[in-house]
Design a protein around this ligand. Structure first.
Ligand code: SAM
Length: 324
């Protein structure tokens, strides 16, 4: 079992399998920021070996993210290999949904258990403005297909940013009910490679909840997949809304995750620039035992809480390298 210095059990691995993305969300990617060279990105074989070693140490859940994971070739192969790894109970995907309509069958056949789809606006024009691509309808189709394929509850990740899309909070609540999905509002975090991030653009979960409470009676929902979201039902409708509050609350004490970046660095904390080069071991002569020892040491280096010292600090890596 992987246990850190603060008695947290680490059983959840998030893997960014590529830093490439088919969208250019204004708050995430600076169009001029260079991609990591292909040969620096972990191969599927390296990722699978790492997952096997981690699973033997107690990791049970894996999430694949990016960049856009569906922009990497032959993803079903990776999913099925991870699914077949002893100890792994759950394999999920975070995607922008654009490629989902064509790929959903092969993903579910490969063993995908859950999907989170990112969507920051319900207005097609605004979608094109935010992402740089006029593909809103494809994402909606992707959501529909994911529901139909039984990947329920389909979760929608929505980052609300002041002056950007904060006029759509109630629309998203209505959408959750109409589409029978779980919309999870995520506070804007200091990752942007772009100049867009600044603390004044963060809207806290408490403020969002207040907007929703003016219209909906909400009640806490027992979250089947325990995680950082506080999830609520809305009286009179089947949808759910969740709030992920990395900026305004101390979610660190329940943190159960480590992250593997697309270029093979292990990150014990999303908000810390601290990272450990496991690719060097995967590509060198290191045995599985040596790598397992390295993972355990990385977990021990996990800071007690984000922004140690109390200051909010912009993180050096873009989200697309780390995996959101
Ligand atoms: N391409 C996939 C997607 O769109 O879901 C996976 C990668 S994307 C980086 C993962 C998530 O990170 C998305 O929901 C995105 O909105 C979120 N994200 C990116 N930058 C963020 C930021 N500065 N604060 C909060 N969330 C952010």
């Amino acid at each position: 079992m992987l246990r850190d210095r603060f008695d947290r059990i680490i059983n959840y691995l998030r893997i960014s399998i590529t830093d490439r993305c088919n969208l250019r969300c204004r708050y995430c990617i600076d169009k001029d920021f260079p991609f990591i060279p292909h040969d620096e990105i972990l191969t599927y074989e390296e990722i699978i070996r790492f997952v096997k070693i981690s699973a033997a140490l107690g990791v049970k859940k894996v999430r694949l993210t990016g960049g856009e994971p569906l922009s990497r070739r032959n993803l079903p192969h990776l999913i099925s290999q991870i699914r077949d790894t002893a100890g792994i109970e759950d394999i999920s995907l975070t995607t922008n949904g654009v490629f989902l309509p064509d790929r959903i069958d092969e993903l579910t056949e490969a063993g995908l258990t859950r999907v989170n789809i990112s969507l920051d606006t319900l207005k097609p024009d605004r979608f094109a403005y935010i992402t740089g691509f006029d593909v809103f309808d494809r994402v909606m189709d992707g959501i529909e297909k994911a529901k139909h394929a039984g990947l329920n509850p389909v979760k929608i990740n929505t980052v609300i940013i002041k002056g950007f899309n904060d006029d759509e909070v109630l629309d998203f609540a209505r959408f959750a009910n109409a589409w029978e999905v779980e919309v999870r509002f995520i506070e804007f975090m200091p990752f942007s490679q772009t100049s867009l991030w600044d603390a004044s653009k963060v809207i806290t979960s408490a403020a969002l909840m207040q907007i929703i409470r003016e219209v909906y009676e909400i009640a806490p929902y027992r979250n089947a997949h325990k995680g950082p979201a506080a999830v609520f039902t809305m009286k009179g409708g089947p949808g759910k809304i969740g709030f992920i509050s990395p900026m305004s609350s101390h979610i660190c004490k329940d943190c159960n995750r480590i992250r593997l970046t697309s270029d093979g660095k292990l990150k014990p904390c999303l908000f810390s620039d601290q990272e450990y080069d496991v690719k060097r071991l995967l590509r060198g002569e290191a045995s599985d035992d040596e790598i397992a020892h390295f993972v355990a040491e990385t977990v021990r280096a996990k800071p007690e809480r984000k922004f140690e010292g109390g200051m909010i600090k912009k993180c050096q890596r873009p989200m697309r390298n780390i995996g959101g």
